[in-house]
Ligand binder design. Sequence first.
Ligand code: NAG
Ligand code: NAG
Length: 338
Amino acid sequence: MAAPLLLSTYLLLLPLGQAALPVVINTWPFKNAAAAAWNTLQSGGSVLDAVEKGCALCEVEQCDGTVGYGGSPDETGETTLDAMIMNGDTMEVGAVANLRRIKNAIGVARAVMERTDQTMLVGESASVFAEDMGFIAEDLTTIKSTNIFSNWLKGNCQPNYRKNVVPDPSKSCGPYKPSVALKQSNRTRHANTNSHDTIGIIALDQDGHVAAGTSTNGLTHKVPGRVGDSPVIGAGAYADRSAGAAAATGDGDIMMCFLPSYLAVELMRAGADPSTACEAAISRIKRHYPQFFGAIICANTTGHYGAACNKAPTLSQFHYMVSTSETNTPVQKSVNCF
Ligand SMILES: *[C@@H]1O[C@H](CO)[C@@H](O)[C@H](O)[C@H]1NC(C)=O
Ligand SMILES: *[C@@H]1O[C@H](CO)[C@@H](O)[C@H](O)[C@H]1NC(C)=O
């Protein structure tokens, strides 16, 4: 009788958004990835291991088609991957962008960090590096991604992300050439606005170690070579053991211009509450792009956390996962977008 009573009293005393260390938080309700990250930490793994294992599970499970192989084919039908991992103790980062033919992008990102003195490798060369490090090269195309691609071709390559080119990209497939006149227009997001995007994970352990990471297959029908915010340091994620960590998700082409994860961590360093820091990072983008699709998660060094999202036609509430010792299992949290 006594134990459950104590537990419930304790939970009642625990305000929302307050967590004891350790804590693992990830974007979107990717429960299995959350459990993989949490269990890794609980079984003695480091915060880097937790972030890597969580992202890697999404790469295998293809988390809603937005992470890993077989999703988000580019204009040529190919799936390419972006990933990043950051050690908030040493401020080292490993990142890969436009990675081809390798499923385990977060693993390659970690290999960049641990087996080179570089920070980011891209494209074909990143794939060659991965193969040298023992990762298996395989086709990332699936029946599903082939279908997405062939339907897009049949629909005159709509939507696409070209502008100021001929033939008219809103009606025709390429190849495109630059048009004579440059027309001013706002960046818009045409495709899969209701998709769950990227996985971003932040992990803090009892001893104050902090890590963050992301993994994604980017934007469906992207221009080949396009890199989103996820592998960009301070955009997709950021971690600093003296301030906290953050990870962002959403319209990467817009969001990366504002380094929202870096901004949120700096605001927490200056004493902002994690929820306030998350909101401020969203507000900065909103000022320029009122309708952008995006969300961010934040945690400070004492394990307090928060999240924020921009209210958009396809996003009114953002769901994310939080794992702490109180529950010892991932719990889904929600925040209303503003
Ligand atoms: C861009 O969007 C803003 C806000 O929605 C609007 O005020 C502005 O007129 C738009 N500009 C163009 C060139 O469409
Ligand atoms: C983290 O945020 C909480 C909630 O605002 C605050 O009480 C706590 O002092 C913060 N921790 C640090 C180290 O700033």
